[in-house]
Design a protein around this ligand. Structure first.
Ligand code: FAD
Length: 308
């Protein structure tokens, strides 16, 4: 119930204005977001890599309804990729991109514009010597996102896709995407979805995650297991052993600010561990989804909002 309310608030302009104006929100944001500028993202990636971790950087923003804004986001990624390469952080640092931030949701030619911008970002990544993973958003965009990534993979076979275990369709998608070299991030899914398309209980989502993981780990692609869930991480490790997957043939991923000690523990144990680092000023939707996942953080959030 609380999760649904928070996810509804993620789309509310009124709540957004209230939260963004609050002086205390900065404190909460700092925990999950690198900072507003490109340099902040590069500095956090540098520190993570120094600690033996990998990074994927996300320029915050989604559901762009303005074609010029989509161009600005594309340019922000190109600048970031140049800076990462200049700092010697590629290929340990890559980027994550939301297609809706680069035009997918524009009413006219959205898909075509997003594909063009995504193509340019992939070209920039190739120049920088690294990769791009395309985030998955709500279920109304799944087909379009899979289609765009399939198209990009003709030129950039390393382009990564995200599949969400809460969607009923995902088990079948995992079979289709467990092909040689295919980089697939598996996550539970972070949006408010109807029962017709998505499992609604924690148990059903977790069971689906395990089935999807089995398919991906037994397949020929490169699975990227994105979860903080200790049980699923343990099962992921066991599946690597069962399928004879050595280090470097799969990786774990977690979000910046979530279970940092566990991130370092896995890296010290020799696992490839990538941290998803958001940066930029458009943090509202991202933060509300993180709170929906962990309502235990709400007390901290409420206190921060009220503080000066
Ligand atoms: P949860 O059910 O949230 O948590 C399971 C368990 O993990 C908890 O019971 C607890 O033991 C532990 N845990 C979780 N959070 C904490 C915490 N803060 N502190 C301590 N323990 C904790 N979603 C999308 O829809 N599209 C995407 O493209 C996408 N990309 C992602 C990329 C990465 C790298 C990651 C890590 C997540 C991504 N997500 C994405 C979000 C994802 O779908 C989930 O919403 C999010 O990861 C929470 O799910 P979980 O698997 O950690 O499990």
């Amino acid at each position: 119930m609380l999760r649904r309310t928070l996810l509804a608030a993620a789309g509310s302009d009124r709540t957004r204005a209230l939260v963004e104006r609050s002086p205390g929100s900065r404190q909460v944001v700092k925990r999950y977001v690198a900072g507003p500028a490109t340099d902040d993202a590069v500095a956090v990636a540098d520190a993570l890599i120094e600690d033996g971790l990998l990074a994927t950087l996300d320029h915050l923003g989604e559901d762009t309804t303005d074609a010029n804004q989509a161009i600005l986001v594309k340019e922000a990624y190109l600048l970031l990729l140049e800076r990462l390469a200049a700092a010697g952080l590629t290929p340990h640092a890559e980027v994550s991109v939301k297609l809706s931030a680069i035009g997918q949701s524009l009413s006219s030619d959205g898909e075509k514009i997003a594909l063009e911008h995504a193509h340019a970002i992939c070209e920039g990544a190739q120049r920088a010597g690294t990769t791009v993973t395309f985030d998955m958003e709500d279920h109304s965009t799944t087909d379009s996102t899979l289609k765009i990534v399939a198209e990009l993979r003709r030129d950039y076979p390393w382009a990564g896709i995200v599949l969400q275990a809460y969607l009923r369709r995902t088990e079948a998608d995992c079979k289709d995407f467990a092909t040689p070299g295919s980089r697939v991030r598996l996550c539970k899914g972070a949006y408010r979805e109807p029962e017709s398309v998505a499992y609604q209980t924690t148990q059903d989502v977790d069971l689906s995650f395990v089935r999807c993981m089995r398919t991906l780990m037994a397949g020929e692609g490169y699975p990227m297991l994105a979860t903080h869930d200790p049980r699923l991480i343990e099962i992921g490790g066991a599946l690597a052993v069962r399928n004879g997957r050595g280090i470097g043939s799969y990786e774990f991923q977690m979000l910046f600010g979530v279970r940092p000690h566990e991130q370092k523990r896995l890296a010290s144990a020799g696992e490839r561990m990538r941290v998803y680092v958001p940066y930029g000023s458009e943090w509202y939707g991202y933060l509300m989804r993180r709170l929906a996942e962990r309502p235990a953080n709400l007390g901290f959030f409420a206190r921060s909002l009220l503080s000066k």
